[in-house]
Design a protein around this ligand. Structure first.
Ligand SMILES: C[S@@+](CC[C@H](N)C(=O)[O-])C[C@H]1O[C@@H](n2cnc3c(N)ncnc32)[C@H](O)[C@@H]1O
Length: 259
């Protein structure tokens, strides 16, 4: 069955070419541990590949066959025949890899792709089974913007311009969306339009996604409920402590107790 994220595979690296500051953070965390790493929702390998290139052993799982195919193809170019890198098509809500990992990462909104508390809970249960006793779960989510939520929608507006990493063309990104405050879900439509080159539009696309926002204490209690102990909450990828001005929450948790 085609997943919604299959439709994103061809434009993902272009749209998110501006997201860079988390790569160094996850590479550094990977180098600090001696065991294997698992990334949930590995997408096109944006984080997975630099970790493998840094010499760490990592498995990336994603439920989108197109994302897995693209990540595998990129890996065959930059790290041919590498034993450090495996991509598998799996659902993070229900997987069994028959091994344990020293670190489990869910970078860049992957945790927010889980749209219900049930999905979050089943993912945390699967993670717990795959973490070594001293292992760590690390994931990043955005801090919900209360003013935007109060508006209930995101008006059609210019999001940013990005440079196509392959062609170098500038692509203008626009977004708009609705916010379902009852279910804490944002429905976003993102459009990309290239600037004209010789009077010809070279890129023009529309993609949609849904993302769940969660608040600090909600995540804290969710992690506790499923047997995780929160070690740190960073407010950015330089590992600054989370505070009232943070726009990012980076959660670091261990799963020491059995429950
Ligand atoms: C926002 S992207 C992040 C990709 C990558 N980790 C990065 O940092 O660029 C979220 C990814 O999670 C995947 N995903 C969403 N729900 C999933 C699930 N239930 N199981 C596995 N992968 C999932 C999507 O297919 C998508 O590739």
């Amino acid at each position: 069955m085609e997943s919604n994220y299959d439709k994103w595979a061809d434009v993902y690296d272009l749209v998110y070419s501006y997201v860079k500051d988390d790569i160094g953070f996850f590479v550094k965390e990977s180098k600090l541990c001696s065991g294997e790493i698992l990334e949930l929702g590995s997408g096109t390998g944006r984080i997975t590949l630099p970790i493998a290139i840094a010499g760490c052993k990592i498995t990336g799982i994603d439920f989108s066959s197109k994302m897995v195919a693209l990540a595998t193809q990129k890996a065959s170019c930059v790290l041919p025949n590498s034993r450090n890198l495996t991509f598998l098509q799996k659902d993070m809500r229900d997987f069994d890899l028959q091994k344990k990992f020293s670190r489990i990462f869910i970078p860049f909104r992957g945790f927010q792709s889980l749209l219900s508390v049930e999905d979050q809970a089943s993912t945390l249960k699967a993670i717990k089974k795959h973490l070594e006793p001293d292992g760590k779960l690390i994931f990043s989510v955005f801090v919900p913007d209360i003013l935007m939520i109060a508006e209930g929608y995101i008006p059609l507006s210019h999001f940013r311009d990005v440079k196509d990493p392959i062609t170098g063309e500038t692509v203008s990104l626009w977004h708009e969306g609705q916010i379902d405050t009852y279910n804490q879900i944002m429905h976003i439509r993102l459009s990309g339009k290239s600037t004209y080159k010789k009077h010809k539009i070279i890129k023009d696309f529309d993609r949609e996604f849904e993302i769940r926002y969660s608040f600090r204490w909600e995540i804290f209690h969710l992690l506790n409920r499923y047997g995780f102990k929160v070690e740190e909450i960073f407010g950015d990828f330089s590992s600054s402590p989370y505070d009232q001005d943070s726009t990012e929450m980076i959660w670091v948790a261990k799963a020491p107790i059995d429950c």
